[in-house]
Design a protein around this ligand. Structure first.
Ligand SMILES: CCCCC/C=C\C/C=C\C/C=C\C/C=C\CCCC(=O)SCCNC(=O)CCNC(=O)[C@H](O)C(C)(C)COP(=O)(O)OP(=O)(O)OC[C@H]1O[C@@H](n2cnc3c(N)ncnc32)[C@H](O)[C@@H]1OP(=O)(O)O
Length: 259
């Protein structure tokens, strides 16, 4: 199973134009060699120091894997994370690290779609991944795991107080963001750099602020550059279906510029 997963990632490397499908660069977050024994992002727990933590602006934080447990994570979040890390031991699942800002193979790849590479580089140096742009515990706390054999990505997600919509519940835009991020991750791992062309969400039940939910996404169909994916969001006990979504992602055509 591990061999199959590695081979899928090698195929991805070929699609990205890496020589001979050579192993992905060690710093690539999708590389099978990355995060071999993902540990904890635990810092000394400092009650009340979440807001305004100066390290959030340091390069240390920009390059820190933010998908590891931190003091803001609830018991449910930690338990689920540990369960998926356990499932990752035989290689069937893979923990996908995530950063505020990091030059990855994907960001390198996407530069070819911009005519002014210098301007793009400047923009990228200022950029942060939107769901990672809020302080620890206040916004999107999440970790993703991918199953290469089943073309599935699971995201465990705890929405913080800055994501409120109707009082006490998550904003629909925040839910859509995490759905898009999970589906997007599933798509990018499956076919390389792709963008959301359409996203259809059915919000079935409101998600309480601070609760932990599980986003289960999968590739349903591939037609040339088009990738059809779907997902649902469930409670940890799987009894409540909060949302369902279908989407179309389109693999970018290297011959077409984005601007
Ligand atoms: C996904 C991130 C990519 C960046 C990766 C880089 C680093 C990141 C690292 C890790 C990231 C990991 C995960 C990602 C996390 C979050 C995901 C966020 C994703 C987004 O937040 S992304 C922003 C919102 N997104 C846009 O801003 C797209 C605007 N859009 C366009 O840029 C173009 O529209 C495009 C490129 C989509 C297609 O353009 P194109 O020129 O390549 O292709 P073309 O138009 O020829 O369509 C080809 C075939 O798709 C069919 N088709 C097209 N659109 C359709 C539609 N809406 N409905 C039904 N069918 C449609 C056509 O009908 C044709 O079908 P057919 O071949 O059968 O005729």
């Amino acid at each position: 199973m591990l061999r199959s997963c590695v081979s899928r990632l090698r195929t991805l490397a070929v699609q990205r134009g890496l020589p001979g499908g050579a192993p992905l660069p060690a710093k690539d977050p999708w590389s099978p060699r990355v995060n071999p024994g993902a540990g904890r992002r635990e810092r000394a727990a400092k009650p009340g120091c979440v807001r305004g933590d100066p390290r959030s602006f340091s390069s240390e934080v920009m390059h820190m894997d933010l998908s590891l447990p931190n003091p803001s994570w609830s018991e449910d979040m930690r338990l689920l994370f540990d369960q998926f890390m356990k499932k990752s031991e035989d290689g069937s699942w893979k923990h996908l690290p995530s950063y505020k800002s990091k030059f990855t193979q994907e960001t390198e790849d996407i530069k070819i779609y911009f005519p002014d590479a210098k301007l793009m580089k400047e923009k990228l140096s200022q950029a942060q991944l939107f769901p990672r742009s809020l302080e620890e515990g206040l916004g999107f706390e999440y970790a993703m795991f991918h199953n290469c054999v089943e073309d599935r990505t699971v995201c465990i997600f705890q929405g913080g107080p800055y994501l409120q919509g109707v009082p006490g519940f998550l904003h629909g835009g925040a839910i859509a963001t995490m759905i898009d991020a999970t589906l997007g991750t599933c798509a990018v791992v499956a076919i390389g750099v792709a963008m959301t062309a359409s996203l259809n969400i059915s919000f079935k039940r409101p998600i309480p602020l601070g609760s932990v939910v599980v986003i289960n996404s999968q590739v349903d169909k591939v037609e040339g550059r088009k990738l059809f994916l779907s997902c649902n969001i469930r409670s940890v006990d799987e009894k409540t279906v909060y949302s369902e979504a279908t989407s179309l992602f389109v693999k970018l055509d290297p011959k077409t510029r984005l601007t």
